[in-house]
Design a protein around this ligand. Structure first.
Ligand code: PLP
Length: 381
């Protein structure tokens, strides 16, 4: 019997939660279109609105602030590309640690993109943020500021309260990519400063293909797909009821066990330090979310390690894989000033709702084998 591969890549996508599967199957057995007023349509509408309430609750949002989209990438694009136009922005300001979904959307606005750097631990440089706002005052420019809350590669938690305090009282629009914070940190969208936030279903145990833009009433004029008027005109297209039901069910049962996550990553990091004293753990000096560790052992390339780990049935990531499946050098690590040679060894292990100590130990055993092979190869050379 072949051993099932060990999944250590929750930040890429979490395994489907049984509750989400059940809700999805239930909704798939319904017939019709949620916009129809007959009995079939009403049953589907009910499933959509239940999903909206469940997602809103976990996000600390009013249900009417939740606009379902096909992904966080679409929500981000709506916020930035359509938002820049709707709010008459003159420039978009982003941190260099943003997910490519944000960086590409900023580019796609066609506006000047002003960047805010990271410090060596991966935190957004708040002095640079203040500098960007001062420049906007000088130039009388209106900004759309887009920052992330938790970094998908390093797990670094950004000083979002400080960002809110700096940008919130200004006339500029604030968008927060909360994809890696949703379900892990308490979100209070309705009462906090951001005008818009993006969240994603498949990071919390719903299937891929469903996300949401959270938008305050004054900021929900951004329209990417006007279409047939669904989502109160904010996102056209017949609602994918089964995916929305799954998103809602996953949100309903999502209970992030920070202590368990920190125990697993702590186990990995302690194991790595004892077998490879030169290991560098990225963002270690910052406050991190706890379910992810990103590290490199000098001299060990991540392409080699990822392949060897995969052959051993250990699914991890470089943290910066692009959709083509190639391993790239991380722009996040580059933004933190990590030398390219070291960044080329970056590996990301991320845990989630069904991870166990046995998963962490399987990774450590596999990684020890890789290190001893590397040592042997070094001796032979
Ligand atoms: N933003 C962050 C921080 C992410 O980690 C991801 C997914 O990796 C996205 C945006 C994009 O989310 P989606 O896959 O729902 O488009």
């Amino acid at each position: 019997m072949t051993r099932a591969a060990t999944y250590l890549d929750h930040n890429a996508s979490a395994p489907l939660r049984p509750e989400a599967r059940e809700a999805m199957l239930g909704a798939l057995s319904l017939t019709g279109n949620p916009s129809s007023i007959h009995v079939h349509g009403r049953a589907l509408r009910n499933a959509v609105e239940t999903g909206r309430q469940q997602v809103a609750r976990l996000a600390g949002a009013e249900p009417r602030q939740v606009v379902f989209t096909s992904s966080a990438t679409e929500a981000i694009t709506q916020a930035l590309v359509a938002g820049a136009k709707a709010f008459s922005a003159d420039a978009v300001a982003v941190s260099t640690g943003e997910h490519s979904a944000v960086l590409k959307a900023a580019e796609a606005t066609g506006l000047p993109v002003w960047t805010i750097g990271l410090d060596a631990e991966g935190r957004i440089d708040l002095d640079q943020l203040a500098g960007v706002l001062a420049r906007a005052e000088d130039e009388k420019a209106t900004l759309l500021v887009a920052v992330h809350w938790v970094n998908n590669e390093t797990g670094v938690i950004q000083p979002i309260e400080r960002v809110n305090a700096i940008v919130g009282p200004t006339r500029h629009t604030l968008f927060v990519d909360a994809v890696q914070a949703f379900g892990k940190l308490p979100l209070d969208f309705a009462a906090s400063a951001p005008d818009m936030m993006a969240i994603s279903g498949h990071k919390i145990g719903a299937p891929a293909g469903i996300g949401a833009l959270l938008a305050k009433a004054h900021a929900d004029t951004a329209r990417l797909i006007p279409g047939g008027g669904q989502e109160q005109g904010r996102r056209g297209g017949t609602e994918p009821v089964a995916l929305i039901a799954a998103f809602g069910a996953a949100a309903e049962v999502s209970a992030y066990d920070a202590e368990a996550m920190v125990a697993l990553t702590g186990r990995i990091e302690a194991g790595l330090k004892s077998m490879a004293p030169g290991v560098v753990i990225f963002g270690q000096g910052a406050t991190r979310i706890g379910n992810v560790t990103n590290f490199a052992v000098p001299g060990l390339s991540n392409a080699t390690a990822l392949m060897a780990l995969d052959l051993m049935g250990l699914s991890v990531s470089s943290g910066s894989a692009c959709s083509s499946g190639k391993v790239g050098v991380s722009h996040v690590l580059a933004g933190m000033g990590v030398p390219k040679a070291l960044a080329e060894g970056a590996l990301r292990v991320s845990f989630g709702w069904n991870s166990t100590t046995a998963d962490a130990d399987a990774f450590l055993a596999g990684f020890e084998t890789i290190l001893s092979r590397q040592k042997q190869a070094g001796k032979a050379a």
